[in-house]
Ligand binder design. Structure first.
Ligand code: 3PG
Length: 306
C-alpha cells in the first residue's frame, strides 16, 4: 500500500513527519514529491501509488490515467477545484477533502490583510480601524464561520450571505443573515469572499457588485482568484479611488493592477492562507488518515465525487 504526497507547495516538515508516522504505523509506504516544477515528475511518481495526497496541485485526466493503482485522491484542504472529479469518478477513484482543517489559518489571514490595508500598508499615513466597521461574509462555511468568530474580537458588525446555510445557524453565531449579494456589498465596508470556484461562481464578482460598496470599502479575497472578473475589478477600482482589494493569491492581471493602484491592492505571490504549521499538521494528518481508512476499510465520509 503506497501513499504519495505530491505538493508543489510543501507542507511544513513537522506535518510531513506526522503524516509519515500515521502511514508507517498503518503498515503502508510513504512517497514524497515536493516542490516539483514539471508535471512529468508527478506522472512518474503517481504510477504505482494507491493513494495520492495533494494541496492545490492539479489532478487532471492525465494524472488520473497515470495513476494506474490509484483508489483515492485526498485534497488536504477545502477547495477541490484543482481535481477533475469526472475523470476520477470514471476511473472509480474516491476524491475526498479535509473540510475545516485549515480554516482558522485562512480566517486569520483575512484579518492580517484587512488590518494592513486599513493602515495603508503601513506607509506612514493615518489609516482606519476595524472596530465598529461592518463586515460582510460571502459564504458561511468553515472559513466564514471562523472569520465571524474573530470579527467579534474586533467588535465588528457581521453579516453573511449563504443560500446553503440556514439563517438560524448564522444568528446563533451572532451574524445577521443577508438575502442578496447586492445587499452584502452595499451594506458592508469590508467584504470577505469565501465562495468556492465553480462554473457558477467563476468571474461572478465584478464591477457592478464592487462599486456598490460604501465609501472606503475593502474587498478581501482568500477564496480563489477565479471568482473575480478581473477586468471588472480594474474598472471598479478606477471609478472608485476610495476602494481597496487584497487577495491571497495574485490575480492574472497582478502587474497591471499594482501599476495602476499601488498600495490600494495587495496580493500574496503564492496562496498563503493555509500555510501555517498548525493548518499543515491538521489538514495533512487528516488527509493521511482518510487515505489509510479508505484503503483499509473503505471509509468514504468525506467523498466529494459521486
Ligand atoms: C484550501 O482550499 O484548502 C485553501 O485554499 C488552501 O490551499 P493550499 O493547500 O493550496 O494552500
Amino acid at each position: 500500500m503506497k501513499i504519495l504526497i505530491a505538493t508543489e507547495k510543501p507542507f511544513a516538515a513537522v506535518a510531513v513527519e506526522g503524516m509519515r508516522k500515521a502511514v508507517e504505523e498503518a503498515g503502508a509506504e510513504l512517497a514524497l514529491l515536493e516542490k516539483y516544477t514539471e508535471k512529468a515528475a508527478l506522472l512518474e511518481a503517481v504510477a504505482d501509488a494507491d493513494a495520492l495526497i495533494v494541496r492545490s496541485d492539479k489532478v487532471d485526466p492525465e494524472v488520473i490515467a497515470a495513476g494506474k493503482n490509484l483508489k483515492i485522491v485526498v485534497r488536504a484542504g477545502a477547495g477541490y477545484d484543482n481535481i477533475d472529479l469526472e475523470a476520477a469518478t470514471a476511473a472509480g477513484i474516491s476524491v475526498q477533502n479535509t473540510p475545516g482543517q485549515n480554516s482558522n489559518a485562512v480566517a486569520e489571514l483575512v484579518f492580517g490583510m484587512a488590518v494592513m490595508m486599513e493602515r495603508n500598508c503601513y506607509n506612514g499615513t493615518s489609516g482606519t480601524e476595524l472596530k465598529g466597521k461592518r463586515l460582510g461574509i460571502q459564504a458561511f462555511g468553515q472559513v466564514g464561520r471562523n472569520v465571524a468568530r474573530i470579527a467579534r474580537g474586533f467588535e465588528m458588525e457581521v453579516s453573511a450571505l449563504d443560500p446553503y446555510c440556514p439563517a438560524a445557524a448564522m444568528e446563533e453565531a451572532g451574524v445577521t443573515p443577508v438575502d442578496t449579494v447586492e445587499r452584502l456589498y452595499s451594506e458592508n465596508s469590508v467584504v470577505s469572499i469565501h465562495i468556492p470556484a465553480t462554473p457558477e461562481t467563476r468571474g461572478s464578482i465584478g464591477r457592478d457588485l464592487i462599486v456598490l460598496m460604501p465609501k472606503g470599502g475593502l474587498l478581501v479575497n482568500t477564496a480563489r482568484k477565479e471568482v473575480i472578473d478581473e477586468e471588472g475589478l480594474i474598472q471598479a477600482l478606477t471609478e472608485r479611488p476610495d476602494l481597496k482589494y487584497a487577495a491571497d493569491v495574485a490575480p492574472a492581471m497582478a502587474n497591471e493592477m499594482k501599476a495602476l493602484f499601488g498600495d490600494r491592492v495587495f496580493f500574496t505571490p503564492k496562496k498563503m492562507g493555509a500555510q501555517t504549521s498548525e493548518a499543515n499538521i491538521n489538514a495533512g494528518i487528516a488527509a493521511a488518515r482518510q487515505a489509510i481508512d479508505f484503503l483499509t476499510t473503505g471509509a468514504d465520509r468525506f467523498r466529494v465525487n459521486k
